[in-house]
Design a protein around this ligand. Sequence first.
Ligand code: PLP
Length: 409
Amino acid sequence: MRFNTRLLHGQYSADPGTGATAAPIYQSSAFAHASAEELERIFRGREFGYLYTRLNNPTVEALEKRVAHLEQGLGAVACASGMAAITLAVMNILKSGEEIVCGSGIFGGTFSLFSELDQFGITTRYARDNKIESYAGLINAKTRAVYIETIGNPKLDVPDIEKLARLAHEHGIPLIVDNTVTTPYLVQPLTLGADIVLHSTSKYINGSGNSIGGIIIDSGKFKWDFAKYPALKDYSKFGPFVYLAKLRQGLFKDFGACLSPFNAYLNLIGLETLGLRMERICANAAQLAEYLHKHAKAGAVNYPGLDDHPDHDQATDQFAGRYGGLLTVRMGSKENAFKLINNLKYAANLANIGDARTLVIHPASTINAANSPADQESMGVYEDLVRISVGIEDGEDLVEDFAQALSQI
Ligand SMILES: *Cc1c(COP(=O)(O)O)cnc(C)c1O
């Protein structure tokens, strides 16, 4: 089965009770059971059943199954937001005194979260660049995970997933990959050796910017050393599900950052058209990047699809000739960056990415405003930089809109 078919038929079944074709919204906090004995068996994990929506829910589970299938994982846990997914994915295996080795081009929210984790004794070390040696030099006896994004946002750098997975495994630690920006349409990191993948489903999976959500997918293949990850030992009876079982029965349940059934439903609707939207988004982004690249009033254009992008070959190889919907352009000054944003008619000035509509933002004064100038630079954020999240409009209209906006500068 190919990607678009898998989206629709991979883990799909009509509702067994009613035949409803769209996953019904089980907007219920709790689920009734026939007897006290049955409820006891479910609570003790001896029998499967729905209990309470903070733990599991049929609508949320439909999303978990479909995304796990697309990512070729063993299973998934959906969370209230992408940030909840990142928090839970790392806290599930790290404790005070331990460390994360992380790519430098990561999303500002993740950088901010990892800074917050300092106060709980969890330290993050950032690789200077994407050379394998830069990561290798930071791994020590306390490191418990390597964490990367498939395409850094907004740096748009492209780490080598396969090589980093090999490096992590040589040290007995897992590779965790945020696949929000590329989606399983461009790459399925678990097939390249990554161990855990996560998403902000608020972006491309949802696709219309109408609900916040996150998801964690586990390959089930990583060989956990319980001496290194003692908290997983209690769940060893779950075999390959050890990570997911500890997550669902532990921090996920106890932090309470569950996804609402209604938001799961909106994400399920979006997911069905992920392939179509990504195809269009990638084509539009390539067209706009080429146009801006040649435009006299636009400065440096950063898009992994352009020949001059430092990671172009890596992206071509890893993402099968597609490069996603994010690009950035430098305008020479903050003033010109603001003018470009204000002159655009179609591109909305919004903080998110992955909407059906084209979105633009000036990261330095918004998403990354709290980061120091040095941290901004290592994240690829500059005073004159505009980030564009390309949508599914007609590509010619987007080019015309940027043409008229630039002509007024
Ligand atoms: C938006 C985003 C997140 C955070 O997700 P939320 O759903 O907003 O909490 C994490 N990683 C990346 C790459 C993102 O773009």
